[in-house]
Design a protein around this ligand. Sequence first.
Ligand SMILES: [Zn+2]
Length: 347
Amino acid sequence: MPFRDIVGQHHAIVLLREAVRAGRMAHAYLFVGPAGVGRRSLALAFAQFLNCERPDGDGCGVCRACRRIAEGNHPDVHLLDIEARRFLIEPPKDYKAREIPIEQIRALRQDASYPPYEGRAKVYIVADAERLSPGAANSLLKVLEEPPPAVSIILIAESTTPLPATLLSRCQVVRCSSIPSREIERTLTEQHGVTAGRARILAALSAGRMARALALAQSGDLLEARERFLSLLADLERAGPVARLDAAEQLTRERERLPERLADLLEIAAWWYRDLAVWKETQDPALLINLDKAEEVARLSAALSWEDLRRRIEAVDYARDSLDRNVQPRLLLESLFFKIAPAAAPA
Ligand SMILES: [Zn+2]
């Protein structure tokens, strides 16, 4: 996708575009930011920008070069992504993809020593650069110290910390930030046909990551889980102690991806109680994240006192904290579910 279709990352795009136009392009870039904010799309858009056949040169997305880059078969644009099993040379059969081996970088160096086959610039994109083996990082450093002409290397990482300082000093760092949820929401409704109510909550739950918002919109699993969990939270308002213990037991019975699933549920609960409080304060539906459940928000918010709400918000905060500290999931939920009860009426 060309620059114009990238969601967010305006600052990074301006920086890249201006550097090239001013003839100050770096030989190597490090795109740093959380997974899912579009670092790889940005790298591919940059490759299109550098190789587009149209005269205006902003990466048109439709010329032969742009299309081949998008399809992953342009002879001058290469992606090394060991998670996705995209290699520069075929790895040995028993290769476990834990780190980027030196052989891949040797292949990069060799290929980079030839001029572009048909484009203006050769581009190498290295995903998960934190996973370069020490040998691979050293080998890459040699290319960066004597960069061949018309070669651009883009490393992608979540943070600069795990990378060797020698490598860092040779790269221009480009920060890729989380995308504002309004922008994700708009993209979901305008470009992917998601309804407004769903787009609002998906944007909130995606935490600034477009890729996650799209995955959530396509799978629908999380929205179903949200239905069940919100209905459980409503039931807990009246439930007895045995029902509270049962609910915690049932939610933790399935062990697969349990911490991730719990993190999602707690996120859902956090937005839910936040909405109840926002409604209590403002009665303004435009401020709700759970826009599709405005009626329920209004009803529950009226039924709970400020003190009830404060306790629920704190209880969810505490549970999320406990999850980060690896507290046993079942204990964490039991504790949460016992706190979601109206305060005993004063005697
Ligand atoms: Zn083009």
